[in-house]
Design a protein around this ligand. Structure first.
Ligand code: ADP
Length: 876
């Protein structure tokens, strides 16, 4: 502020806080409201749609904009602000306004950011709430640390590859709500920041604060720093941020995968998006169904989180996958008893989050009741689990399900059946738990009884039957005597107040009782507060144990869900091993399959990195190519997450990296041409892929001129085949490729069968060997509802081109072949032509033909066109 005199002391105080909390939206408690001023007021008014007013006037007569929200509704507004990505500092009055000399002292009591909230109402659902820290640079490209403070889980690891992309890729499966970052380069905004913004549009981004010293880390995190030079940097910065935002929770955060997520199947951001693992490709499409949606039959909040995590981080270690599978198998074999187990699990609430609210002192009393009930429920789950077939993994989970020693007993003996909604309402404990509270409550009851007794005594002594004892906030307890009886008021009554129909009095005895009542209440309240804090401290000591228990609940729930799905949908246990095979018999698409039911056509897959590793799909649009490729990817994800898969048989040699590139629409509009986007993506894949990768590429080389595209598609295919040696499926419109791959030992052609009928074509969605050079582009266009005149013109042109035999230079030397019906051909310019058929077409006067004649004519022309102008199909 340039002129201190220009603002009122209140605004001065506000500006002081703003200066100490730069980048925060400061909500400043004034009376019953949280207020903002100046620019923040405009912002608040705009974002929350609250009224913008103005306050005071400075020396120049300018009024300060002001906007606020009522304090009792602040949580709701906070929720909206953090979802919009704001960082809010709540500034409260820290002394009683009644005793304040001058301005009330105010301090920031809480900083709320999207990644550091623990309140139920702010979190909005059971999904993970991840806060991430990224440090770019170093030989490995950088490192990340990620935490969910609501469950105590801390993860860290190196970038997936070089450059900011590799770092962002490692972060993608987490979908953090807030990201702190340190970019390697100077420029602003850094490339890292731009990529982060693009990849995580709803996350809050902020440069990371300087890290804590390793010695300042809590014990539970002591191992995160110093593993490798610079490796702990992201962790230390994350810890620093938490110390300033949620210091109470810092001691309970624990590294859950000490080895890092290295043993996980790498799914880059594109693959996660294209396979729609846990969010739809188009986030605005409410009907978009993800793998998580169709798999989520979990019955607990920790289960939902675990499932989401497992699907986005499938395993890449055979032993652990087998262990999960054994557990699923054991649970499935239980039949109806599995339902009972799941029913019991369902009684367990979101324990982890209650634990974090206890540690963060943001807990409401009823939540301790919920915690108690959940501990009881997990004890019952454990009993049920012990009653049937078991596996090593289930054995371990059973141990982990035991409630922390003594906690349940302590809660049960301390807390009543139902707990009051707030701490101030009293009745927090069973009698006997806190003797001091009981004593003061008894004293209060005793004094209230004495009050009634006094009323009766004074009535009898004065003879005024209507004499009553009443209470109000200002005067406390009083005797009330209505006007007609004033003459009989005893002399020891002292007048206090006159109201319309009566006079109010006090007496020494009444004042005495009032004092006793007040003292008893205050003391009871104080004692209750102390006993409550003691309970919370007791539970807080068990927070790490409750976190572990919640994780066990989550895992058991997911394994039971996999078992349930396996039974309900007739899934098979895939063989997962160290081979390089990928064999599926009658595989079904996990998302589309259940939707289409019997209409879905199952297909086989057979790839072997050591032999035939590359499958090239040709065929018309809409025949099922991309569905098939996604199906293969999704089955691998499910299998390596430990789930059973929709197929008759599956054998999957471990995949460590899964790359997909499907369609080319999703990144256009992000400032790059579609071709550029495609080439960048393909380049990433070729650089990072290896013989343990699975590569799924749809329509390589589109978005540029035909020859460029063909050349690039061919070169890509060669590279994949010769160098990467990954298992791969490619779909292409370049039929020329199918000729070329004849020379590659590890490549094969396939296409989806199509049946031609009088009325058009029918897609059979059945994968058959061999290539096809038919695109049925015009048929597909008709299905899509292109206007008739356009279709007719297209047919005409197509026929002309075919009879002309327009040729692309064949890849196979010495043989010029007309790639007919291809979309590539449609891309080339039309030419003058003089074919017989066309001449005939030209002569038809459509308006003079009846509908029937027209149909006959058209059929005749079409037949002749097919007979005369199409080469024989190669035998399958
Ligand atoms: P392409 O990639 O060849 O253009 P898609 O894979 O997008 O074709 O499939 C087009 C449509 O065909 C899908 O939306 C789906 O409705 C249907 N479809 C695909 N595969 C199958 C299948 N195996 N069984 C039944 N319908 C399928």
């Amino acid at each position: 502020m340039s002129e201190a005199s220009a603002v009122t002391p209140l605004l001065e105080q506000y500006e002081g806080v703003k200066a100490r909390y730069p980048g925060h939206l400061v909500l400043f408690r004034v009376g019953d409201f949280y207020e903002t001023f100046g620019e923040d007021a405009r912002l608040l008014s705009r974002e929350l749609d609250v009224v913008l007013t103005a306050r005071g006037a400075d020396a120049r007569g300018e009024r300060t904009p002001m906007a606020g929200v009522p304090h009792h509704a602040v949580e709701t507004y906070l929720g909206r602000l953090v979802r919009k990505g704001f960082k809010v500092a709540l500034c409260d009055q820290v002394e009683d306004a009644r005793f304040a000399k001058g301005l009330v002292r105010r301090e920031v009591t809480r900083v709320v950011t999207p990644g550091t909230i623990v309140e139920d109402r702010l979190l909005g659902g059971p999904d993970h709430s991840f806060l991430a820290s990224l440090v770019e640079g170093g030989p490995e490209g950088g490192a990340y640390a990620v935490v969910d403070i609501t469950t105590g889980e801390w993860f860290h690891g190196p970038a997936d590859g070089p450059g900011p992309e590799g770092l962002v890729s490692a972060l993608a499966p987490f979908q953090p709500r807030e990201i702190l970052y340190v970019a390697a380069g100077r420029g602003e905004p850094s490339r890292l920041a731009s990529i982060l913004r693009r990849e995580f549009p709803s996350a809050r981004l902020e440069p990371a604060p300087p890290g804590l010293a390793p010695s300042e880390l809590p014990r539970s995190l002591a191992s995160v720093a110093g593993a490798a030079p610079g490796a702990g940097e992201a962790d230390l910065r994350l810890a620093a941020y938490l110390r300033s935002t949620q210091p109470r929770l810092l001691p309970y955060l624990e590294l859950v995968e000490p080895g890092g997520t290295r043993r996980r199947l790498v799914l880059d951001p594109r693959t996660l998006r294209h396979l729609e693992i846990n969010r739809p490709m188009n986030p605005d499409d409410p009907k978009g169904t993800t793998l998580l949606d169709v798999t989520d039959f979990t019955v607990t909040a920790p289960g939902r989180r675990t499932l989401s995590f497992w699907l986005a981080h499938p395993l890449a270690e055979v032993a652990e996958i087998l262990e999960r599978q054994d557990a699923v198998e054991a649970l499935r074999s239980r039949g109806a008893a599995l339902d009972e187990l799941r029913g019991r699990l369902h009684e367990i609430a979101d324990l982890a989050r209650i634990a974090s609210r206890i540690a963060g002192r943001r807990v409401r009393p009823p939540e301790l009741g919920v915690l108690r009930a959940s501990l009881e429920a997990s004890r019952r789950v454990r009993e049920t689990l012990a009653e049937g077939t078991i596996s090593p993994r289930l054995e371990r989970l059973s141990d982990a399900l035991a409630p922390p020693a003594g906690l349940l007993e302590r809660l049960s003996s301390a807390l009543p059946e139902t707990l009051p909604v707030t701490e101030d309402a009293g009745d927090l404990f069973r009698s006997g738990h806190a003797p001091e509270v009981d004593r003061w409550r008894a004293a209060e009851r005793e004094a209230l009884r004495a009050l009634q007794e006094l009323e009766r005594r004074e009535q009898a002594a004065s003879g005024i039957r209507s004499l009553k004892i009443g209470y109000n906030q200002v005067f406390g307890y009083y005797f009330e005597v209505t006007k007609p009886h004033l003459a009989r008021v005893p002399p020891h009554f002292r007048r206090r107040q006159t109201v319309a129909q009566a006079e109010r009095f006090t007496s020494e005895a009444l004042e005495d009782l009032e004092h006793r009542i007040r003292e008893a209440r205050e003391e009871a309240h104080r004692a209750e507060g102390a006993a409550w804090e003691e309970i919370l401290e007791g539970v807080e000591r068990e927070v790490p144990a409750v976190y572990r228990l919640a994780r066990a609940v989550g895992e058991l729930d997911v394994l039971a869900t996999f078992a349930h799905l396996a039974g309900a949908q007739g899934l098979v246990r895939p063989i997962v091993d160290d081979s390089t095979l990928l064999v599926v018999r009658e595989g079904r698409h996990p998302i589309l399959g259940p939707k289409l039911g019997a209409e879905f056509v199952p297909n086989d897959t057979e790839l072997d990195a050591a032999k035939e590793r590359l499958l090239v799909l040709t065929g018309p649009n809409m025949s099922g190519k991309s569905t098939y490729m996604r199906q293969v990817g999704l089955l691998v994800v499910l299998a390596q997450a430990g789930a059973f898969v929709p197929a008759k048989f599956a054998r999957i040699g471990l995949v460590t990296k899964l790359f997909t590139r499907m369609g080319f629409t999703d990144e256009i509009g992000r400032g790059k041409s579609s071709f550029m986007v495609e080439m960048t993506e393909v380049a990433d894949i070729l650089r990072a892929g290896d013989e343990r990768s699975l590569v799924l590429l749809d329509e390589v080389g589109r978005g540029t001129s035909t020859f460029d595209g063909l050349a690039i598609a061919w070169a890509t295919l060669r590279h994949l085949h010769d160098r990467t040696r990954a298992r791969a499926i490619l779909a292409t419109h370049y039929h020329q490729l199918t000729d070329l791959i004849g020379g590659l030992p590890g490549a094969r052609n396939a296409h989806f069968a199509v049946k031609e009928e009088a009325g058009g074509i029918v897609f059979l969605h059945r994968l058959v060997p061999g290539s096809t050079d038919r695109s049925y582009g015009v048929h597909v266009a008709r299905l899509a509802g292109l206007p008739d005149d356009v279709l007719q013109e297209a047919e005409r042109l197509l026929t002309a081109l075919e009879s002309e035999g327009v040729a692309l230079p064949s890849a196979r030397r010495g043989r010029a072949r007309a790639p007919r019906y291809t979309q590539a051909v449609l891309l080339t310019e039309s030419r003058e032509n003089g074919s017989v058929l066309e001449e005939e077409l030209r002569r038809i006067e459509v308006d003079r033909l009846s509908a029937e004649e027209a149909a006959t004519k058209l059929r005749d022309l079409a037949d002749r066109a097919r007979r005369g102008h199409r080469p024989e199909e190669p035998p399958p």
